[in-house]
Design a protein around this ligand. Structure first.
Ligand SMILES: *[C@@H]1O[C@H](CO)[C@@H](O)[C@H](O)[C@H]1NC(C)=O
Ligand SMILES: *[C@@H]1O[C@H](CO)[C@@H](O)[C@H](O)[C@H]1NC(C)=O
Ligand SMILES: *[C@@H]1O[C@H](CO)[C@@H](O)[C@H](O)[C@H]1NC(C)=O
Ligand SMILES: *[C@@H]1O[C@H](CO)[C@@H](O)[C@H](O)[C@H]1NC(C)=O
Ligand SMILES: *[C@@H]1O[C@H](CO)[C@@H](O)[C@H](O)[C@H]1NC(C)=O
Ligand SMILES: *[C@@H]1O[C@H](CO)[C@@H](O)[C@H](O)[C@H]1NC(C)=O
Ligand SMILES: *[C@@H]1O[C@H](CO)[C@@H](O)[C@H](O)[C@H]1NC(C)=O
Ligand SMILES: *[C@@H]1O[C@H](CO)[C@@H](O)[C@H](O)[C@H]1NC(C)=O
Length: 537
């Protein structure tokens, strides 16, 4: 059994709920506990370190009010220690102060980090989503070598890439995104073999992305978008076999997309848009059975869309707009049953629009504008609600009915009138043949559907191997909501300056430490999304 405790705050002026912090109390065995005697010096040192930390940050929401001598520091808000076993030693293991609007006072800058150097068992440091500004002090490199998670994202931090990360051999998370860090990425990151999440997007990082990924086989999330990176995409990313999200959008990258990337078996989200990438989409793309989103728009890709695209059976969103593609739209694209958005606009695609696009039931957004497409616009499906601005700039398209041609602003097809004239003559022959063909098509379709289902099962099996699943349990806001009975009063276990604290149970089986930690991480990511959505509102 485990409990999840998190704070929940109502945003003023919005009736929207926003998590401000989620705290998971994790209990781990005290490795040294059995050997070391009562050590109140450690207690004192840690308490002093935390109080010194408190004195150096400004805390407008008084989240740290309870950090005083009236209670032991191991139960202070955001602080988590190991459970005392034999002996009385309490070691600070986790400091989680995300989403608290903490800011550093200007005269002290970020020197409060110095006070954490004496916490020699610190494993998790979460200072993300606050108002911290300025450069991290060099003492960051002197934090505990046991550090596993380093979260400082979503602040106003500047200066170069935090120094000394290579000292922390067990790092699994380096989360720096949404700050103003400005430097190159140090090669030493490549030595952190346990890294699972490396998120540095939305900073001012520049230079080449170093080719350092060949040993980072545990990497799950690699997000470096919205920086000033130039040069080529390193091939060694292909060694990150567990990669789920790869985001390097909005940089100045050039050269080909390395083929190796299309060999990452579990890749689900690929964002390479807004760069200057050249070359073509290789046929290997069809091997990405788990690919759900591919955005490679706004590059200089040329060549054709390979027919193997039909193999990306999980694809939901495919954007390759504003490139230099030629050739026709492959018919295999209609084999993507989950396709919701397709943007092929502003290329040089020619030939007809595959008629069966109208059979894709979930396809909602289709943009084929500014190509050289020709022939009749299909009728039905997504084409029923299509506006002229989704087909504009294709001068050889035509429609078969006045209303369609009017709405789509295309001329009437000349061949349709001929077809209608011949129609009555050969109906007796056409109907039986058509029925037979239809029967064949339907049975083929069913067969294809069934074989796809089989394939899907096999593929999903390989990607949701135990380790993979364990690292990223699918837990959503709504699951947390239901776990806490919709944030019911019964589950409310406390109220503080920082919000309300609820208790909830997720799942019925026993969760281990690793899972608890990750549950939290996923939720934090979700919270970022919620936060981002709020900003967009
Ligand atoms: C000390 O912390 C307790 C909660 O643990 C709080 O109620 C009290 O107001 C705090 N005292 C001061 C002086 O801040
Ligand atoms: C967060 O801090 C900033 C200034 O540091 C302040 O303007 C803002 O109102 C604070 N927000 C909340 C929710 O306390
Ligand atoms: C850290 O420990 C050293 C030596 O024990 C001590 O001199 C220093 O004041 C401590 N720093 C903090 C911030 O507690
Ligand atoms: C960090 O550790 C190095 C030695 O590893 C030492 O020289 C340096 O003074 C320390 N810096 C701080 C700020 O404690
Ligand atoms: C790193 O993790 C391993 C396995 O969990 C552990 O045995 C080792 O002591 C850790 N190293 C440090 C420096 O914490
Ligand atoms: C990967 O690890 C091996 C063995 O530990 C080492 O020889 C190699 O240099 C490493 N590669 C990189 C790019 O760090
Ligand atoms: C577009 O494709 C046609 C052939 O289909 C070719 O003649 C033309 O040069 C291409 N235009 C561009 C800008 O690549
Ligand atoms: C389709 O794409 C073109 C250019 O890429 C854009 O101008 C147009 O607004 C898009 N149409 C829709 C409906 O989004």
């Amino acid at each position: 059994m485990h409990s999840i405790v998190h704070n929940f705050r109502m945003k003023e002026h919005h009736h929207l709920a926003l998590f401000v912090l989620l705290q998971v109390f994790t209990f781990s065995m005290n490795k040294a506990g059995a050997l070391v005697d009562t050590d109140t010096d450690t207690d004192t040192a840690e308490r002093e370190a935390l109080l010194s930390f408190k004195s150096m940050v400004s805390d407008p929401r008084e989240s740290l009010l309870g950090w005083n001598l009236s209670s032991p520091h191991c139960i202070w808000f955001g602080v988590s220690c190991t459970v005392p076993l034999l002996g009385n030693m309490n070691d600070l293991v986790q400091l989680r102060l995300s989403f608290n609007n903490l800011s550093s006072t200007t005269e002290q800058n970020l020197q409060f980090i110095n006070s954490l150097v004496n916490c020699t068992n610190l494993e998790v440091l979460m200072l993300n989503s606050n108002q911290l500004a300025g450069e991290l002090p060099s003492s960051i490199a002197n934090l505990s070598t046991h550090l596993r998670e380093f979260w400082v994202d979503t602040n106003f931090l500047s200066g170069s890439f935090p120094r000394g990360m290579e000292n922390f051999r067990n790092l699994t998370v380096v989360s720096l995104h949404l700050n103003s860090f400005k430097s190159k990425v140090p090669n030493s990151i490549g030595t952190l073999h346990k890294l699972e999440q490396f998120s540095i997007q939305q900073n001012l990082f520049f230079g080449d992305i170093p080719d350092i990924f060949s040993n980072l086989t545990q990497l799950y999330q690699l997000t470096m978008g919205n920086n000033h990176f130039s040069g080529k995409i390193p091939k060694s990313i292909g060694y990150c076999h567990g990669l789920f999200i790869l985001g390097i959008f909005r940089n100045m990258l050039n050269g080909n997309i390395p083929n190796e990337i299309f060999g990452i078996p579990c890749l689900s989200k690929l964002f390479l848009d807004e760069n200057a990438l050249t070359g073509s989409l290789p046929i290997e793309v069809g091997g990405l059975k788990h690919l759900e989103i591919m955005d490679v728009s706004d590059n200089q890709l040329s060549g054709i869309i390979p027919t193997t695209i039909g193999g990306c059976t999980s694809l939901r969103i495919f954007r390759i707009a504003r490139n230099r593609l030629s050739g026709s739209i492959p018919n295999s694209i209609v084999q993507l049953p989950g396709l919701e958005r397709l943007d092929l606009s502003s290329n040089n695609l020619s030939g007809p629009i595959p008629d069966d696009l109208k059979t894709l039931r979930v396809l909602q957004n289709l943009n084929l504008s500014f190509n050289q497409l020709e022939g009749q616009v299909p009728r039905g499906g997504v084409f029923m609600n299509l506006g002229w601005d989704s087909l504009q700039g294709n001068n050889k398209l035509c429609g078969d009915e006045q209303e369609v041609t009017g709405k789509l602003r295309v001329p009437t097809c000349t061949s349709t009138t001929q077809k209608k004239q011949n129609g009555s003559v050969s109906l007796k022959i056409i109907i039986p043949i058509a029925s037979f063909v239809l029967l064949c098509v339907v049975s083929c379709f069913i067969w294809v559907l069934m074989s796809h289902k089989k394939k899907d099962k096999i593929d999903k099996g390989t990607c949701s191997s135990p380790s993979f699943k364990e690292w990223w349990p699918k837990i959503s806001y709504s699951e947390i909501q239901s776990a806490t009975n919709g944030f019911a009063l019964k589950n409310l276990i406390g109220k503080g300056a920082f919000g309300s604290v609820y208790k909830g149970f997720i799942g019925s089986d026993e969760h281990n430490l690793a899972q608890d930690r990750l549950t939290m991480r996923e939720t934090l990511t979700k919270m970022h999304e919620i936060k981002a959505n709020l900003l967009e509102l």
